[in-house]
Design a protein around this ligand. Structure first.
Ligand code: SAH
Length: 505
């Protein structure tokens, strides 16, 4: 660990995880300490090391409220201890939100620092609402201003007369609560009353909403529809372009709150696919992958893997655990010998292919009977030796089924799943407070692990299941399955979710 403490003032982007820079991600992955704001998407914290210290410095929601002085002192103190400190702020760290002041305090303390710019909500918000900042025929300059101050106050720093004269596109951050007095002031300064205005709230997230109007009626519309912060306001002719350029809000799952139960570290393919369709994903960490209880036994089986006729992988985690050990033992992939490889499910097969190995048999279905059928199809496996690489405490159906058709099956327990007790992104709290429309279950263990968290069941939350075994587990717990995937993989599940909402809304 480096003795040289440093502070990284990092922009977390406007909300969409895909709008975080590679550099920001790298800083989060390396951080010893992360101090994050209310507007920084907490899902980014899942990239943090398990032993990173995570401090919430937000102004809203539950938890502590740190004053600006406390925050500065914390950043400086931790850096002086030799730590890599990430100060994570929503959007861009230097666009409003006091990032400049924090940088000054850090510089004054003589602490080395780095600034990682982020995509600001001032630009991303309008873009996701289908509003370009500029258009050659409509404007040639853009102004950002803060609505933080009440223009009625004599000491307001914003010169509305100058803004009125300047025209162009004007973007206001903060201050939706003061919109009435701000638009009044603009009208008073001679801005035309039919100037198009748009408000974009929770931009770039599954909760994005846009309200459009004119300078004279937008404030009243905002009150009438209870339009709340965080929102950016865009004033200018460019707002009209939204009529043809609105793209994000047309996504089929926009505004749907969907719970995904996942391990914290797993690259969340399901979440990303749902987000791409516009859903607000609440990624609930329920389980964590840990090494198996008997790592030595597993390593010995890996070492002898070349003695088997078949190696059967049942999960991507199993593939990873296997090759992690394999390449510690051997430095030549050929040591796997003549063993053929079976991988159940496309994600598992993909992980095998990532290691540049051919998959000889790929049952698409996790149901034991179908796997057995696939094996039967390719010829007899009587008296052949099979190494089944799987999780501890997995169901017995598969080894039984394979022994049933004459194979000699050895089980290699590659990993075990334990309940995840950390909730760094506050997903559990979010679910309890705001509820959800749907929960997705990708395996029986996700059902059990979710229920083990003991969270109250949000009212009206429906259930999507990846396949019959998972569905059975759901029903065994007295719950109803609202939709089950026809194809038992992630794409099949996503398809089922789409159909459910298309049908019932
Ligand atoms: N540094 C931030 C801005 C901090 S000031 C940035 O570059 O985006 C906080 C204000 O930012 C909020 O009051 C709101 O006006 C705006 N804001 C931040 N995230 C937003 C989002 N996802 N959608 C709409 N407005 C947002």
């Amino acid at each position: 660990m480096s003795k040289n403490g440093r502070v990284y003032l990092v922009g977390a982007g406007p909300g969409d995880l895909g709008l975080v820079t590679l550099r920001a991600k790298e800083c989060i992955e390396n951080a010893d300490v992360i101090v994050y704001d209310h507007l920084a998407n907490p899902e980014t914290l899942s990239w943090a090391r398990d032993d990173a210290e995570i401090v919430y410095a937000g102004k809203e929601a539950g938890g502590s409220q740190l004053s600006q002085q406390d925050i500065n002192a914390l950043l400086i103190g931790k850096a002086r201890e030799g730590k890599q400190v990430v100060r994570l702020k929503g959007g861009d760290p230097f666009v409003f939100g006091r990032g400049a002041e924090e940088a000054q305090a850090i510089a004054d303390a003589g602490i080395p620092f780095e600034i990682v710019p982020g995509i600001t909500s001032a630009i991303a918000g309008p873009a996701y609402a289908g509003i370009p900042m500029t258009h050659r025929e409509l404007n040639s300059h853009v102004t950002f201003f803060t609505g933080h101050e009440d223009p009625a106050k004599a000491e307001s720093a914003i010169d509305y007369a100058a803004l009125a004269k300047l025209g162009g596109t004007q973007v206001m951050l903060m201050g939706v609560e003061r919109l009435g007095s701000i638009t009044n002031e603009m009208l008073k300064q001679g801005v035309r009353s039919d100037l198009p205005v748009a408000l974009v709230r929770s931009a770039t997230t599954g909760k994005q909403e846009t309200l459009t109007g004119s300078l004279s009626d937008i404030a009243q519309k905002a009150v009438a529809s209870d339009f709340k912060a965080p929102a950016v306001a865009v004033f200018g002719e460019v707002v009209g372009l939204r009529d043809s350029l609105n793209w994000y809000e047309k996504r089929p799952l926009l505004g749907k709150r969907i719970v995904v139960t996942r391990t914290r570290k797993q690259a969340s393919v399901l979440s990303n696919k749902l987000r791409a369709l516009g859903a607000h994903v609440i990624e609930l960490p329920t389980i964590r992958i840990e090494p198996p209880s008997n790592l030595r036994e597993f390593a010995e089986l890996v070492q002898d893997a070349h003695e088997y006729d078949w190696i059967v992988f049942t999960s991507a985690n199993g593939v990873e655990a296997f090759f992690d050990i394999f390449f510690k033992l051997y430095d030549d992939a050929r040591e796997i010998g003549g063993a053929r490889i079976a991988a159940i499910g496309p994600a598992t097969a993909q992980r095998v292919k990532d290691f540049h190995l051919h998959v000889d048999l790929q049952p698409d279905d996790f149901v034991a009977e179908s796997v057995v059928r696939e094996f039967k199809k390719q010829g007899s496996i009587e008296n052949l030796r099979l190494l089944l690489v799987r999780a501890e405490k997995a169901r017995d159906a598969l080894p039984k089924g394979l022994s049933g058709i004459g194979a000699i099956v050895d089980e290699a327990f590659a990993y075990r799943t334990v309940p995840e007790t950390r909730d760094t992104s506050g997903a559990g709290r979010q679910l309890t407070q705001d509820g959800a429309d749907l929960i997705t279950f990708t395996s029986s263990s996700t059902v059990e692990n979710f229920l083990a968290l003991g969270l109250p069941w949000p009212q009206g939350m429906r259930i999507a299941s990846i396949g019959p075994i998972t569905s059975k587990t759901v029903r065994d717990h007295g719950l109803n399955v609202d939709v089950e995937a026809r194809r038992h993989d992630i794409d099949g599940l996503v398809q089922a979710v789409r159909e459910l909402f298309a049908e019932k809304g």
